[in-house]
Ligand binder design. Structure first.
Ligand code: AMP
Length: 208
């Protein structure tokens, strides 16, 4: 199963992907996580991401393809993947089609998680991440346990100013992808507001 989890930043794609990994038995592929790992490694490629990510802009398509192609070659992705934060542009969606078709695979479902901007800002500005595992918390809705409180950090791009910029990028470049997939009848819209398990149930229904 190749599943695209679609939605604006802060919609809950990463959080829901972690649960779906267990249920579907395929890995989560988050291009944002791959880019942060690449930057942390200090590689030349990672340095080329810096400017864009620090400004809340999308990284140019040609820099993303290499990361994605390499990740899809790994054994754990041989039967499918949950794409989180990819594709972000129509050309990226076309590239994904080409790569998957070379593997005799195709996107089977696009689950579009819908959350309004005010709530996205609230979620993202309060978001904290445990660097060691990538586990995500929220200072009010899902606070980290006391023993982890000094180990969680705020992503540098999780400020209100950058969320607004990232949302603009989403509206201008990413949202049009929905039409691309809707023409093939692949899109299921899911209300992303509610507690984790409620949203999870809606996603499961969209996959059934
Ligand atoms: P995310 O972790 O998905 O919120 O992504 C964080 C940032 O990484 C974005 O604001 C972009 O700068 C960059 N990024 C992640 N995935 C992509 C992608 N598929 N295409 C372009 N830029 C991306």
């Amino acid at each position: 199963m190749d599943l695209v989890l679609f939605g604006p930043p802060g919609a809950g794609k990463g959080t829901q992907a972690v649960r779906l990994v267990e249920n579907l038995g395929v890995p989560q592929i988050s291009t944002g996580d791959l880019m942060r790992a690449e930057r942390a490694s200090g590689s030349e490629l990672g340095k080329r991401f810096d400017d864009y990510m620090n400004k809340g802009q999308l990284v140019p398509d040609e820099l993303v393809v290499e990361l994605l192609t390499n990740r899809l070659k790994k054994d754990d992705a041989a039967k499918g993947a949950i794409f989180d934060g990819y594709p972000r542009t129509v050309p990226q969606a076309e590239t994904l089609d080409q790569i998957l078709s070379g593997l005799n695979r195709a996107v089977g479902r696009v689950v579009a998680i819908d959350v309004a901007l005010d709530e996205l800002i609230d979620r993202i500005v309060g978001r904290r991440v445990l660097v060691a595992t990538g586990q995500v918390f929220h200072i009010r809705y899902n606070p980290p346990p006391a023993e982890l409180a000094d180990k969680v950090v705020q992503r540098k791009d999780d400020t209100e100013e950058l969320v607004r910029k990232r949302y603009e990028e989403y509206l201008a470049k990413t949202k049009p992808i929905l039409d691309f997939y809707a023409k093939r009848g692949l899109v299921r819209e899911v209300n992303g507001v509610g507690d984790l398990s409620e949203v999870a149930q809606r996603i499961d229904a969209a996959l059934a």
